[in-house]
Ligand binder design. Structure first.
Ligand SMILES: Cc1ncc(C[n+]2csc(CCOP(=O)(O)OP(=O)(O)O)c2C)c(N)n1
Ligand SMILES: CC(=O)[C@@H](O)[C@H](O)COP(=O)(O)O
Ligand SMILES: [Mg+2]
Length: 634
């Protein structure tokens, strides 16, 4: 066994090159076994085993800097940099992070989680290196999916112009999470597959050189012929035209070829792009056969490839997808727009039923948002189906193109709240804060999956501008689903429990937590009302005014950033109108990043539990101050 000998990249370099292939097999087996227990991004990592080995074999991490785009495919890098024994804790609370993590290792130089930042980071590190007069290598590993992100093009444009020495490894496996989309993807397919493109560049260029140099008008024609010939025949000409030296496409599982290519690239001045072709899920048949499913997988049985997760109630995402089909059957204005997340957003069935009305734009949230604005202005009812965290990318387009135009866009905001194993880069806890202050925006969150359906109907019927509904990455409560959907009056909250001593204004899943807290309080003789604060904007101003005039003390509970969330909105409401209120306390996500773990663990860390809510209510009602909870930010 070679793998146990590898505790640092230095150990790898002691191996003769011909031992890298057997080591690759051991790493594959390691990944398949460990992730069968922990789950994780299996397919992407199986695809980069040889590539990561070759990089660590050819370069000197951490002096040479490896920047993994998204970073979900850095497990092999972690295996080679002293973290093998931590894989049993992969993506677990306080365990090994599923993405690159600087706190874990000096070899982790750039963190991500969101796509398409690697080229900008590489350029920044190359610029700093040159300004400091250092000579380390900077290597970005970017997938064909991440290359569809707008930021990547911004960086390509800058890098190609500045001609800094850096290496871009394009890991092309034809997959984003789902099959990759877009003109760049089509171009790469041609480069990969067209026999003309596979001709060696030098004999193409020698062919071009044979065209005799002739004077006059013919010369210009000859030049044009040369250019179009080069355009047609030279692989990667697009990157060459952008100022990169293009090398490839090469087999990303061929270790000798990878070593030779990286060594060759070292002798080239300026930016180099090595195009490697890999198989996502390589070496594990179920993952190779369906790398969409195996992109991010829950624990599974190795032999059968069957996942172990219990069925449980349908996820909110599933209810969203099915309800959207129901609505789309009645209203042909509905068009679903997804930035590369058709599966995760529950739109696969919708796409099968309405292929022309499901638009996957690639990893392009900004483009998706503006596209929706324009479609809405043309009378369509676009549904911007986006994860809360990835929607952060489109903040300006939401302000500038959707809300300012008051465009009738429906926002289907998935993964709202804590997301669990993906951790801090993916928590959907900021969208209340960054949406509710934008004029014309309406924002809702249901207390259960049945109310989600009614909110979708509300959003469809609403034609006064942008309206969004946000829902969590959890199973529904298992409540009955009303067959007939009714619009909810905009800005109306719902009292789900009466109580005389105080009121808990709860958002989404926090309604259940608040009801549990109210139950706990009964034994202390405290009766708490629970309000389903299902509109984050507009607020239920009448209810807020009545509560204040009734001298009712309030606790706001939201699995969203305390700063700028519903609690802030309530305080703003009272303060801006000079309304005297008894007391408002806010229980939300504190001012810190909540790392990976289970959603329950993340709620506990944030204090979003029935017990803590009950403690706060006791304090509010009795006036006895609680000692500040140890460890929680003030
Ligand atoms: C801004 C942003 N949007 C969407 C995602 C979700 N996402 C994670 S990985 C991925 C696909 C990446 O494809 P690629 O770069 O080709 O990597 P592969 O898994 O194929 O190796 C997507 C869409 C993200 N991480 N960031
Ligand atoms: C790496 C990445 O960003 C995606 O794979 C993300 O992990 C998907 O999240 P879900 O598992 O919630 O769909
Ligand atoms: Mg890919």
């Amino acid at each position: 066994m070679l793998l146990p000998q590898i505790n640092q990249p230095g150990d790898l370099k002691k191996l003769p090159a011909e031992q890298l292939a057997p080591l690759a097999q051991e790493i594959r087996q390691f990944l398949i076994e460990k992730l069968s227990v922990t789950g994780g991004h299996l397919a992407s990592n199986l695809g980069v085993v040889e590539l990561t080995l070759a990089l660590h074999y050819c370069y000197e991490s951490p002096k040479d800097k490896f920047i993994f785009d998204v970073g979900h495919q850095a497990y092999v890098h972690k295996i080679l940099t002293g973290r093998q024994e931590k894989f049993d804790s992969l993506r677990k609370y306080k365990g090994l992070c599923g993405f690159v993590k600087r706190a874990e290792s000096e070899h982790d130089v750039w963190e991500a989680g969101h796509s398409s930042t690697s080229l900008s980071a590489a350029m920044g590190m190359a610029l700093a290196r040159d300004l400091k007069g250092e000579d380390n290598k900077v290597v970005a590993v970017i997938g064909d999916g991440a290359l569809t992100g707008g930021m990547a093009f911004e960086a390509l444009n800058h890098i190609g112009h500045e001609k800094k020495n850096l290496l871009v490894v394009l890991n092309d496996n034809e997959m984003s999470i789902a099959p990759n989309v877009g003109a760049m993807h089509n171009y790469l397919s041609r480069v990969r597959s067209d026999k003309h493109y596979l001709r060696a560049k030098d004999d193409v260029e020698s062919l071009i050189k044979k065209i005799p140099a002739i004077g006059g008008k013919l010369a210009r024609t000859a030049e044009k012929v040369k250019d179009s010939l080069k355009y047609m025949m030279v692989p990667g000409v697009l990157f060459e035209e952008l100022g990169f030296k293009y090398i490839g496409p090469i087999d990303g599982h061929d270790l000798p070829k990878l070593l030779e290519t990286f060594r060759q690239s070292d002798n080239i001045d300026g930016p180099v792009l090595v195009h490697v072709v890999t198989t996502k899920g390589k070496g594990y048949k179920p993952a190779e056969a369906d790398s969409h499913k195996w992109h991010g997988i829950s624990p599974y049985k190795i032999e059968s490839g069957k996942t172990l997760k219990s069925a449980g109630n349908p996820m909110y995402t599933e209810v969203f997808g099915k309800t959207l089909i129901e609505l789309a059957e009645q209203d042909e204005r509905i068009v679903a727009v997804t930035p590369a997340m058709p599966g995760g957003s529950g739109l696969m069935e919708f796409a099968a039923k309405f292929p022309k009305r499901m638009i996957d734009v690639g990893i392009a949230e900004q483009h998706a948002a503006t596209l929706c604005a324009a479609m809405a202005m043309e009378g369509m009812k676009p549904v911007f189906a986006v994860y809360s965290t990835f929607m952060q990318r489109a903040y300006d387009q939401i302000v500038h193109d959707i809300c300012r135009h008051n465009a009738n866009v429906m926002f289907a905001i998935d993964r709202a709240g804590f997301v669990g194993a993906d951790g801090e880069t993916h928590q959907g806890v900021y969208d209340i804060a960054f949406l509710r202050h934008i004029p014309n925006m309406v924002l809702m969150m249901p207390k259960d999956e049945n109310e989600l359906r009614h909110m979708m109907k509300t959003a469809l019927d609403y034609d006064q501008g942008p309206i969004g509904f946000r829902y969590p990455r959890v199973n529904g409560l298992g409540v009955a689903l009303d067959p007939v959907l009714k619009s909810i009056p905009i800005g109306s909250w719902e009292t789900v429990r009466e109580g005389e001593h105080c009121a808990i204004l709860a958002v989404g899943p926090m309604v259940q937590t608040a009801l549990a807290a109210a139950e706990q309080l009964k034994s202390s003789g405290i009766q708490a009302s629970v309000v389903n604060a299902r509109f984050l904007k507009p607020l239920d101003e009448k209810m807020l005014t009545d509560l204040a005039s009734g001298g009712v003390k309030l606790l706001v509970m939201e699995e969203a950033s305390q700063a700028g969330g519903l609690g802030s909105a309530v305080l703003e409401f009272y303060a801006s109108r000079g309304i005297e209120h008894a007391e408002v306390r806010i229980l939300g996500v504190p001012d810190c990043f909540i790392e990976h773990g289970s959603i329950k663990e993340q709620q506990q860390e944030a204090g979003l539990t029935a017990e803590h809510a009950a403690d706060l209510i006791r304090e509010i009602v009795t006036g006895s101050r609680l000692a500040l909870r140890a460890g929680m930010p003030s």
